[in-house]
Write a protein that binds this ligand. Structure first.
Ligand code: ATP
Length: 217
C-alpha cells in the first residue's frame, strides 16, 4: 500500500498583464478554482513584463482593475508582489517569493498551452518546476501539434490524476481542458480606441475605472 502525503489545497497563480482584466481571465480562474479544488487563484499583474511591450495602463491601475473585478468573489485574490519589485518581473523570482511565504502549500503556475510550448525561452525555466506544478490550460477544440517541443519534459513530469497536485509541493504538469471565451485585452483596447463599446466583455466595475481614467482612448 502506498501512503501519500496530503498537503493543503494548492494555490493557483495566474500572471498576466491584465491590460485590462476581462471575463476570459476571470472565467479561467474560477473554472480552475472549482474544478481542481484549489485553495484560491491569485491573480498577479506583472510590473514590467520581460517578454512583451510595455502595457498601456500603469501597473497601479491594472492592479486596481484586477481588485475591482474580483471584489467579493470567493476563491479569487489579487497579488501585488510583482508591482512592489523594482527589477524585471521574472516568474522564477515570483515563485521564490511565494514559496517563502507558503512553504507547505503546493503551488500551481497557470500557463496557456502556447506559453507552455515556449517555456524553454523563459529565464531559468528549469527551476520553475522545482518551485511549482505547471497547470497547463488547453482551450477546448485546440489541437496539440504533432511534434511537441516540450514532449520530453512532459513525459517526465506529466501527472495522471489531479489529486497528485496535492501529493507534492511542486514538480508535476497537469493539463486541464477548459472551454475558453474568445476575449482578449487587445480586442478591448482596440474597441475603446475606435470609439466602440466593450461592454459585456469585462466586468462593469472595470469598465467604470477605464472610463474614469480615460484609458485606451
Ligand atoms: P493581450 O490581448 O494584451 O495580449 P490577454 O487578453 O491575452 O492580453 P494576458 O494578460 O496576456 O491577457 O493574459 C494572462 C493569462 O490569461 C495568459 O495565461 C493567457 O493565456 C490567459 N488568457 C487570456 N485571455 C484568455 C481567454 N479569453 N480565455 C482563457 N485564458 C485567457
Amino acid at each position: 500500500m502506498t501512503i501519500h502525503t496530503i498537503y493543503p489545497k494548492p494555490i493557483g497563480l495566474l500572471g498576466g498583464t491584465f491590460d485590462p482584466i476581462h471575463h476570459g481571465h476571470l472565467r479561467l480562474a474560477l473554472e480552475l478554482y472549482e474544478r481542481l479544488d484549489l485553495a484560491e487563484v491569485r491573480l498577479l499583474p506583472s510590473a514590467n513584463p520581460p517578454h512583451r511591450e510595455a502595457p498601456t495602463a500603469s501597473a497601479q491601475l491594472r492592479l486596481d482593475m484586477v481588485q475591482a473585478a474580483i471584489q467579493g468573489v470567493p476563491g479569487l485574490s489579487a497579488d501585488d508582489r510583482e508591482l512592489r519589485r523594482h527589477q524585471p518581473s521574472y516568474t522564477v523570482d515570483t515563485l521564490l517569493s511565494i514559496r517563502e511565504e507558503y512553504p507547505y502549500h503546493p503551488l500551481c503556475l497557470i500557463l496557456g498551452m502556447d506559453a507552455f510550448m515556449a517555456l524553454s525561452s523563459w529565464y531559468q525555466w528549469e527551476r520553475l518546476i522545482t518551485l511549482a506544478h505547471l497547470l497547463v490550460v488547453r482551450r477546448i477544440g485546440t489541437l496539440l501539434p504533432e511534434v511537441h517541443r516540450m514532449q520530453e519534459f512532459l513525459n517526465s513530469h506529466q501527472l495522471h490524476h489531479p489529486d497528485e497536485l496535492r501529493q507534492q509541493l511542486a514538480g508535476g504538469v497537469w493539463i486541464e481542458e477548459i472551454p475558453a471565451l474568445t476575449i482578449s485585452a487587445t480586442q478591448i483596447r482596440d474597441l475603446i480606441a475606435t470609439g466602440r463599446n466593450p461592454r459585456y466583455l469585462l466586468p462593469q466595475t472595470v469598465l467604470n475605472l477605464i472610463h474614469t481614467h480615460q484609458l485606451y482612448r
